[in-house]
Design a binder for this molecule. Structure first.
Ligand code: ADP
Ligand code: MG
Ligand code: ZN
Length: 477
């Protein structure tokens, strides 16, 4: 019989915080320079403090602490009253002090949840320098990133699939961007997701976990988890589960596999102790928590609810939730429309036609909300066919103009006038006697062919429903 294995995943997520200066010194916190992607910018934003010279004094960045508090308040977490910074001791060339300033016993944030997944803690630390191993037989270190404020979120082991882990990370990125506390771009290393992964044949007992590093996209996070779960399951099925050891593994993007990097160190290897250079904090005395809470912007899940309730949108609302520019535009439009039906039409035209055109042609622009609202009204009142509406939309995205005037000028106003449609129907019928005979012989699809002829003659402006009805009447005669 097939055995069931229970996957367990807990995430550790680092995100570089947006602040003016670094975590403990006055150096500029410049993400473009610290990602190492700007040529000749290496080691330009550094000073004796972030270079770890002896005798220097770190001064914590209040803005960074407030950013972490904002995240905690958004997630319904507890904000610590007392907090302190600790030294996490280890040697590596990119950590010039020989230790990283982090938090151990008293993280700023604990508890709370995101996507219904319980959060253990969020603490604040400093980023390390950036080692470059790709230049030859040596390593270069860029310290622009050293000392950049970094928040670390740790979740409880309550995630059970690659998809859930990916969704959690995407939702966190969206939250950080909404709060304006981090750009959280994974490709740039501004957000780094490290999944801890285990499987067990017993739902009440955890298996041995591994931690995967070097994941720089959401896709890589999901792929790495799927790979690890399959690797562990294969070992179990072969009776070799004792080969699953607690270790750190890397992700090979080319091979789409994980590989063993090093066996896992324990917390006591780091000899954490409170940093004697940094004062301890009573956060409740330093910050007005109620005021911060009131200052929070609308959160992604609140926005989703509002879009459902106020605009009657379904799953498509997600595009608006992640794109604040687009949602501002949509809301301006929606506020000028009288019914949910019209709002729905507007949303469809924005999400499919408008975005589609923008993707195809970068010179196009969104039309002014006023003109787009007029266009929606014309669609609803059958003043224009859907074909005509698409043409007009493309025109007003090239050059913003009143769609009514344009439709008139281009002859795209829909013909709803029964008298003129009937006159035209009679003319077409008299000109196409062979088709009339086929129709009378029982070939009913000929009626549609006549609609086609009429659309051609009217450049698509005849109302097709009315045209069909009248053509049938005339053919019957
Ligand atoms: P460590 O000391 O090894 O860093 P922690 O207890 O701090 O371990 O947990 C680190 C992360 O691993 C957390 O996100 C936690 O939820 C997760 N985790 C703990 N145990 C397991 C497990 N058996 N399987 C998967 N994830 C786990
Ligand atoms: Mg860990
Ligand atoms: Zn500095």
């Amino acid at each position: 019989m097939e055995k069931t294995y229970y996957p367990t995943i807990g995430l550790e997520i680092h995100a570089e915080l947006k602040t003016d200066s670094k975590m403990f010194c006055g150096c500029k916190n410049d993400p473009s320079a610290s990602s190492g992607q700007v040529p000749d910018s290496q080691n330009t934003n550094i000073c004796p403090i972030c270079m770890g010279h002896p005798g220097t004094l770190p001064v914590p960045n209040k803005q960074a602490i407030e950013n972490v508090i904002k995240v905690g308040l958004a997630l319904g977490s507890n904000i610590a009253n007392f907090t302190e910074f600790d030294r996490k001791n280890y040697f590596y060339p990119d950590i010039p002090k020989g230790y990283q300033i982090s938090q151990y016993k008293y993280p700023i944030v604990s508890g709370g949840s995101l996507n219904d997944k319980a959060i253990t803690r969020i603490h604040l630390e400093e980023d390390t320098g950036l080692s470059k191993h790709d230049r030859g037989n040596f390593t270069l270190v860029d310290f622009n990133r050293a000392g950049v404020p970094l928040m670390e979120m740790v979740t409880e082991p309550v995630i059970h699939s690659a998809k859930e882990a990916g969704d959690f990370a995407r939702e966190l990125q969206l939250l950080l961007r909404t709060l304006g506390v981090s750009e959280a771009n994974m490709e740039k290393g501004e957000m780094r997701v490290e999944p801890n992964i285990s499987i067990s044949p017993d739902p009440n007992k955890f298996g041995t976990k591994v931690e995967v590093k070097n994941l720089n996209s959401f896709k890589a996070v999901e792929k790495a988890i799927e790979y690890e779960l399959a690797r562990m399951q294969a070992l179990y099925e072969a009776g070799r589960e004792d080969e699953i050891v607690q270790e750190t593994r890397g992700w090979d993007e080319n091979k789409q596999t994980t590989f063993s990097q090093r066996s896992k160190e324990n917390a006591n290897d780091y000899r954490y102790f409170p940093d004697p250079d940094i004062p301890k904090f009573m956060l409740s005395e330093m910050f007005d928590m109620d005021a911060i809470k009131l200052s929070l912007p609308e959160l992604p899940w609140q926005k989703r609810e509002r879009y459902q309730k106020d605009f009657g949108l379904g799953e498509e609302l997600e595009t608006f939730v992640v794109d604040s520019e687009l949602s501002k535009y949509f809301e301006t439009v929606a506020r000028s429309l009288p019914s949910l039906e019209q709002i729905k039409i507007a949303s469809n035209y924005i999400l499919s036609d408008m975005l589609g055109l923008l993707k195809k042609d970068a010179t196009l622009k969104m039309p002014s909300p006023e003109n787009f609202v007029i266009l929606v009204g014309m669609i609803v009142n059958s003043e224009i066919t859907s074909r005509g509406a698409k043409d007009i939309l493309a025109m007003i995205m090239k050059e913003d103009a009143n769609p009514k005037n344009l439709a008139e000028k281009e002859g795209l106003l829909q013909q709803n006038d029964e008298e003129s449609i009937r006159a035209l129907a009679q003319k077409i019928i008299s000109e196409n006697q062979n088709l009339v005979e086929q129709y009378k012989a029982g070939k009913e699809s000929i009626a549609q062919a006549f609609v086609g002829i009429m659309m051609k003659e009217t450049k698509g402006s005849a109302n097709p429903q009315i045209a069909l009805k009248i053509l049938k009447e005339e053919l019957q005669k």
